[in-house]
Design a protein around this ligand. Structure first.
Ligand SMILES: [Zn+2]
Length: 392
């Protein structure tokens, strides 16, 4: 189920949050904003659309994937509010623990932010670009336009009748539902273009680094390039080149660079907000088993924090789990560096022990397992580790 879900995800994530260009360098976004607090009449097609999405929102609130941490939610919501201005009260942010880069906006102001986005954004400005892009979809009422084209398709109605049936009995949105929901609310290339312009304008308006949009895009390209061909998202092969889009966003940033004044990245604020969750989210990424892509992510994060014990542990885990020629040796070397760092997770000792076991380095395995049990006396897997120790 999970594997199927994620195989689909590589495709499904694409239409929701895309940087389709080119965006004209000085394109002013035509303002067709809905007024703050806008709500459609119930007997209109838009009213019907909102009602359906309200059921999905109730299911989102009960989702086991919902990240409830108050500090993290405050960080994302405060930034969203700043960018949304007078529309702040109309947009509700739900952080969902899904290890893939994505954010999605729904017509009634429900916004999903996936943890795969939070862990990939390097700073507040990069996150703001994506949030600004999503707010753009909301203000332009893009989903209504799409709905009017798609409402007769059986998929759309079948999906929502499922949600509505479940809503009465307290359905909680699972991974498959959330992915399907995101896919239903995909946008056209022109709409993505408009949303991109909105995202870029958000940065400029709020004195955030205007290069952040291009930066997050270039990081995503790097990850996708590392994926084996068959895994690559169709988006990358069927749309204009990512390089072109990156260049478009860079060109817009260049245009305003001379009069942008002092801009903010917000690296520290972003890091503080995500740090309590980062390791869990990174380890969650490994469920996708996209090891070549994970390595790109690990390397990039390590560039700014080369001595981070948890990032070194993450990198070691990638090699250990990929387990190709030479990987175990590489994992061992990385774990040995990791355990010297003060912020290393205790699990690094266990992983080092398991790796040493496979490498038939019994002395290292013993030392590592003993350290693990010493530092985590109530470990769930104590019996298993003691069993290994007996074999050594
Ligand atoms: Zn979009």
């Amino acid at each position: 189920m999970l594997r199927a879900g994620f195989a689909a995800l590589a495709y499904l994530m694409i239409p929701v949050m895309v940087f389709t260009g080119p965006v004209s360098a000085l394109a002013a976004v035509e303002a067709i904003d809905q007024s703050p607090g806008y709500k459609p009449e119930e007997d209109t097609d838009e009213g019907g659309l909102w009602m359906m999405v309200e059921d999905a929102e109730r299911a989102t609130k009960r989702s086991p994937l919902l990240v409830k941490d108050e500090a993290l939610n405050t960080y994302v919501r405060t930034l969203t509010c700043r960018l949304a201005g007078p529309h702040c009260g109309s947009i509700r942010v739900y952080v969902l623990d899904i290890p893939h880069f994505n954010a999605a906006m729904y017509p009634n102001g429900m916004m999903h932010v996936w943890t795969g986005l939070l862990v990939r954004a390097e700073n507040e400005a990069q996150l703001a670009f994506v949030l600004g892009h999503e707010i753009g979809h909301y203000l332009e009422r893009h989903s209504l336009e799409r709905f009017r084209k798609a409402k007769n398709t059986s998929n759309f109605l079948a999906f929502f009748s499922l949600i509505a049936a479940g809503a009465g009995v307290g359905i909680a949105a699972d991974l498959a539902t959330l992915i399907a929901l995101g896919a239903l609310f995909s946008y056209s290339r022109d709409q993505e273009r408009e949303a991109d312009a909105r995202g870029f304008d958000s940065l400029v308006q709020h004195s955030l680094d205007p290069r952040a949009g291009a930066a997050i895009w270039s990081n995503l390209i790097e990850e996708d390039d590392a994926a084996p061909r068959k895994r690559r998202s169709p988006f990358f092969s069927t749309h204009p080149s990512p390089k072109e889009r990156f260049e478009t966003l860079t060109a817009r940033a260049d245009e305003i660079a001379s009069f942008a004044g002092e801009t903010v990245l917000g690296t520290q604020r972003h890091r503080e907000a995500i740090l309590p969750h980062r390791l869990a989210w990174l380890l969650g990424e490994l469920k996708r088993a996209a090891y070549d892509e994970h390595l790109v992510l690990a390397e990039r994060l390590l560039q700014t924090e080369p001595r981070s014990g948890e990032l070194l542990f993450f990198k070691g885990e990638i090699y250990r789990k990929r387990n190709e020629e030479g990987d175990l040796e590489a994992a061992r070397a990385i774990y040995e560096r990791a355990i010297l760092q003060p912020d290393v997770p205790v699990e690094a000792h266990r992983s080092l022990g398991l790796t040493a076991l496979k490498l038939k380095n019994n002395a290292l395995a013993r030392r590592s397992f003993e350290t693990y049990l010493e530092r985590r006396p109530d470990a769930d897997d104590r019996q298993m580790i003691e069993f290994y120790l007996q074999q050594l």
